[in-house]
Design a protein around this ligand. Sequence first.
Ligand SMILES: Cc1ncc(COP(=O)(O)O)c(C=O)c1O
Length: 486
Amino acid sequence: MTPEPATPPTAPLQLTRQQMQALGEQALAMVIDHAENIREQRTTTSLSRREAMERLQTPILETPTPPSELLELLARDVFPNAFRADHPRFYAFVPSPSNFVSAVGDFLTSGHNVFSGHWLASSAASQIELTVLEWLQQACGYPADAGGIFVSGGSMANLSAIVVARETRLGGHDRQSVVYYSDQTHSSMSKGLRVLGFSKTQRRMVASDASLRLDIDALAAAIATDRAKGLRPFCVVANAGTTNTGAVDPLPALADLCDREGLWLHVDGAYGAAAVLHPRGAAALEGLGRADSITLDPHKWLFQPFEIGCLLVRDAQAMKAAFRVEEDDHADYLADISRHIQDDVNFFERGIQLTRSFKALKLWLSLRTFGVAAFRQGIQVGFDVADFAQQWLEASGQWDIVTPSQMGIVTFRWRGPGMSPDAVDALTARVVDRLRADGYATVMSTLLHGRPALRLCPIHWDATTGEMATTLTMLTRFAEEDIARR
Ligand SMILES: Cc1ncc(COP(=O)(O)O)c(C=O)c1O
């Protein structure tokens, strides 16, 4: 006899429609408040570990808590105590200037929880992902048989690119193989290579030139030296916008060199490649389409909330070969899926993850809602505000430009006549801390040519020259007051 299913009086994780509505409205109001009031908020606040524990560390409870109370706790104690990387005056690192439509996209993604690992599970969602990938592929100058995948961010895209490069050029791991990249390359590249088992001697960091671009002659010499030693050069990583200064490595010359040497060219455009949608960015990124693979993070200059990175590969088949599941991998419970796999695109064969969310939804929804012209306009704001900052600093007569406005980044240093370089270094750190304590804007420093420099990356679509001028006036006053106190 078939047993009767035992149904609990109410399913354990069920809400009524009214409860869902109320919770949804409370959450929606929080997000709208965030979007509407962000300009009035500090750009950063941090708790000490002790303060955070006092407010937030609780034992796991057996009993329910009204979710309205939990949302109040989040609004009071959690969301305000963070970097606001989506604030129009957050100029540090690479900001993540989000938008409301994409936040709705994220809600829909998790609300429907589509499994986007293979075609059978997510045919229409996969088609949307492919459509958005195709938009990006075309913008980067890729051919029709290119492919890609949305991943968590630039680190994962860079690591995945090396997997494809290694499989394509070497057929697997080879202890004699070598990857080349400039000393301005984002640390995720070295980290990814280390994770993939490349030893330090297989990771050749080539010096950058005076403008902090990969030095082609130094690269060619390093490749020749390694070949003479019997090593196997197989991949060059170029930057399409370094995180430090926005410098773009000489892509056409690097593509020529890689063609000559039979090397895979990966371009890390995690933050910069999105600027290809704008004529100024496209000009700066000339040669991008000749790369074998490209990292492009929509959660940076394409105004998406975390986490959405993207890897594009010139030949989609190369991804499939690298990330295939083989018979002796014993994916036995996927047998029914595999029977249906023919020409369909299965994202588990393009990357590391099997289970993955419908990552492209928010990007698709926002690109369709606003139109790509609005995104181009948003990118233009980054170029314009960085240009303005450079002009302001030059006109001040008190700051030296270390690297000019390029790809929305400008770096600078206090001129300090009569001050030693060490004194200017120390002043730079104190000015950063003073602005962070004030909270009006966030500006951080980086190390360039061995010395700290202040760095601005104002790529928010709603950044303004007025607020940039206020920030620069504050930095100048902080520097002057600091000097006067000593
Ligand atoms: C050029 C570049 N590559 C890679 C990364 C790493 O990306 P993610 O933090 O999304 O993993 C960054 C992050 O800022 C970056 O600027």
